[in-house]
Design a protein around this ligand. Structure first.
Ligand SMILES: Cc1cc2nc3c(=O)[nH]c(=O)nc-3n(C[C@H](O)[C@H](O)[C@H](O)COP(=O)(O)OP(=O)(O)OC[C@H]3O[C@@H](n4cnc5c(N)ncnc54)[C@H](O)[C@@H]3O)c2cc1C
Length: 416
């Protein structure tokens, strides 16, 4: 991270507690956030030995505003982590504000609680370790060896859910600010609000947006810049100060700000590199334009977990799982490409046109149409299917994949 951040308290093992680590597992999942935990959950009850690694304890380190369509929390049985729900989106521009009533609601959730709920359904092992990269294979078994700061672990099935750094793919490393990454930073002051709000205002960021997502007794206020060279710390503070001034009774600037942030990939990458599988930000699964990456990390994590389950239960080979997962991923690629085009277009729109344009887009039919299509990029139906019904769930996934493929064919035919 380029920003200097004051970090939340670490609960991670230190010093003598960091005993050497080694061993062979059926599945090694690197990264215990949304994507990694979704994969692990799908493997629970399979009988496979699954090891999950992260440099922090599960749920210890939040890096996002934790906003997600409510239907996703519901479909995954995670409603207990919900903090607040919104039926509309309030958009501010220098030329006027517009409230978009949404055809489906959005929720904020508690990161630690959501991770705990996901982990509760897993039967994998967990260790805190920093993943350094792939080690040179030594045992000739075709297993993949992963080097960590506590030792080398191996498995025939390895998942990189480590976020934008994509640590297990030495051939495709991103280096900010040259890489296709957005920059996101936020603060979480105590405070309350009833609206989910965004600001499209070049005073805060030339290309990107600001947000305030209330979550019960805190506000998650931040700035996301599509241009990785634009430093967002100062304008995150500016937006917080502005809100503090505008809203009598609020005390948003009374506490020293604790910044949290990360780079956000805005370009989809490959889903498999020979023998390692990627899900979530490591595969560029965060949606361009909106920077929504939690539901897509869960979505692709679930799909990958189901494919790997078919491998460990003997229904398919690793190669077939890789081909099927890559094909599922590739069927979504055009949607990510389109959203990236719009993201690149926004900074070119003259500010005086932006206000009328947003008012026009606020027509109920247009909002419903666009938000429904947006949700369908990663529909919550895919999450349905109890952990005991993985074969049924996999069939649903195939059906969903077929439906998505058919939808794409239709759109492409329309475009032609
Ligand atoms: C400020 C901000 C606000 C955001 N708000 C939202 C939002 O409201 N809604 C939304 O949908 N998206 C949001 N996003 C995007 C979203 O956070 C990401 O797309 C999402 O977290 C991706 O999930 P993931 O599991 O792929 O990766 P991550 O959540 O990044 O998880 C990666 C995990 O890997 C671990 N890790 C990384 N490197 C190593 C290593 N070398 N060794 C061991 N462990 C490692 C990390 O500790 C972490 O647990 C936001 C992003 C930012 C920066």
């Amino acid at each position: 991270m380029a920003e200097s951040l004051s970090m939340p308290e670490r609960a991670t093992k230190r010093g003598g507690e960091r005993t050497p680590l080694s061993g062979r597992y059926d599945v090694l999942i690197c990264g215990a956030s949304f994507a990694g935990l979704a994969v692990a959950r799908e493997l629970s009850g399979s009988g496979a030995s699954v090891m999950v690694l992260d440099r922090y304890e599960i749920g210890e380190r939040q890096t996002s505003a934790c906003g997600i369509p409510t239907s996703w929390l519901r479909a995954m049985g995670l409603m207990a982590s919900e903090r607040q729900r919104f039926d509309s989106l309030l958009v501010h521009t220098p030329h006027g504000d517009r409230r978009f009533p949404l055809p489906w609601s959005f929720s904020t959730f508690d990161y630690r609680e959501l991770c705990d709920l996901l982990w509760h359904d897993c039967d994998a092992s967990f260790e805190t370790a920093k993943v350094n990269g792939r080690a040179a294979p030594t045992n000739g078994s075709g297993d993949i060896e992963v080097e960590t700061d506590r030792g080398v672990l191996s498995a025939p099935l390895v998942v990189d859910a480590l976020g934008w750094r994509r640590v297990l793919d030495p051939g495709d490393r991103y280096q900010p600010p040259a890489a296709p990454l957005s920059r996101g930073l936020e603060v979480h002051p105590h405070g309350q609000g009833k609206d989910m709000e965004v600001w499209i205002d070049r005073r805060y960021v030339p290309a990107g947006y600001g947000w305030s997502f209330p979550a019960d007794d805190e506000l998650r206020i931040g700035i996301g810049s599509f241009d990785p060279r634009f430093h967002v710390r100062e304008t995150t503070q500016l937006l917080t100060d502005d809100l503090d001034r505008e809203r009598p009774g609020s005390d948003l600037t009374g506490q020293p700000p604790e910044y949290q942030g990360n780079w956000i990939p805005h370009k989809i990458r490959s889903a498999c590199d020979g023998d390692v599988f990627f899900a979530g930000d490591s595969a560029g699964h965060c949606l361009p334009l909106t920077a929504e990456g939690i539901r897509t990390a869960l979505y692709f994590g679930i799909v990958l977990g189901r494919e790997l389950r078919d491998v460990v239960e003997g229904r398919q080979s690793r190669e077939r799982a890789a081909a099927r997962y890559a094909s599922f991923h590739d069927r979504h690629e055009w949607k990510f490409r389109w959203m990236l085009r719009v993201q690149r277009l926004i900074p070119r729109i003259p500010p005086r046109v932006l206000g009328p344009m947003i008012r026009l887009l606020g027509a109920r039919r247009i909002v419903n149409w666009s938000f429904d299509h947006y949700l369908k990029i990663a529909p919550p139906e895919l999450a349905a299917g109890s952990p005991d019904d993985k074969q049924g769930a996999n069939q649903q996934q195939r059906d969903a994949g077929d439906a998505l493929g058919a939808e794409r064919d239709l759109v492409e035919a329309e475009q032609a």
